[in-house]
Design a protein. Sequence first.
Length: 450
Amino acid sequence: MAEGRTPEEPKFELKKISQQELTPILKSHQDFVRGKMGGRRAQLALHDLTHLSLRDYDLSNADFSGADMRNADLRRTKLYAATMFATDLREARMQGCDLTRADLRGACFRGADMSDATLAEADLRDGTLMRRDTKGNLVSVRFETSAANMAQARLKRANLAGAKMNGSFAVQTDLTDCNLTNVKMIRTDLSYADLSGSNLRGADLTEAVLVGTILHGAILSGTILTSANLENADLCGAMLEAVDLSRVDLSRALLPRSLDQLGATIAEVVQNHAEWIFSGGQKGKRAELSRYDMQKQNLSSLMLSAADLSHSLLAGADMMAINLMMANLSGCDLRDVALNQGDLRGANLNRANLTGASLVGIRATPVPITGTLNASWPAHFEDARMAGVDLSGAVLRKARMPRVDFTRARLRDVDFTGADLQDCVFDGADLRGATLEGADLRGARGLKLD
């Protein structure tokens, strides 16, 4: 959306109301939703609601068409099937907001915070609000363009499954770890957006603009990319199974490098890295293995502590008993790896995909920080995918693991003492014998301790 009106555009006055006037309308609508006597549907089309609070109300099916809701507080507001056609939501606070099946055509979300929001099956296609002027002509009421605008909005972990976003504008938008399955994004502009860790399975991105878009660790299985513009798009660590790449130009995209581009063998890199470690950085060279394709490689028992392997493809690799203390494996594809008895103390595995991996007996405890009395650096697994992983007997004391998906994971006898497990998913996980003393389990789902 444009930032304001064009000089030639007729200026329709919005009805401005105060918080004191708005609150009874919201309460009456909530009664309407609950089927209570006297409840009335909120009709707030073409109202000025800037800076007002609608927080925590159930406003399902309410009408906000053309309303000005800049900087409004919509945190945890339920707006199921609400009409928000051409609504101005710039800089609104919308964390945890439920916009399932909402009509958001032509709406503007520029700079809004929509972290953890739900927009499943929402309609974000083009839309222009029209009204007759004094001469009887139909004219645009508010915005310069009709495309839904999500530029610079923050939608971390938002659920947009099945949403219709054809032709929308999402430049520089934070879409990290979003559910974008089966979303329609035909001709959507996602330039310089961050889709790291997002699930785009079955999405349609035909003719979409993905210039400079970050797709680290994104799931693109079955995604349609026909004629999409992927110039400088970063696909390192992205999963591209069952994607027809014959109809898209990847020549200018950033893809994982082959080991032929390494300039040395793995053995030579490891030898130089060991010399660098034992000399305190005075000799040798740190192992820089970021963005390489090392799928199904034999890396067992190697010493790669403090190495950089970020955004690399390591699916199916043999990493048994490997030393990765303080190593960076963020955004790596580690599906089905064998990492049993590995040393992951202080390692960074944020947004790594460990689905189906075997991590039996790994050690991922904090590393003491030299020169301090009690400070230490814990292992990090924020937003990692660990569905179906085998962590039997692992030691994960004080590990940072918020929002990890442990669905159907084998977690027998795991030591989670003092671990951060906020908002983790444990559906179907086997936690027999696990130790959770002092663990932060706020928001955790599916936790069953038999």
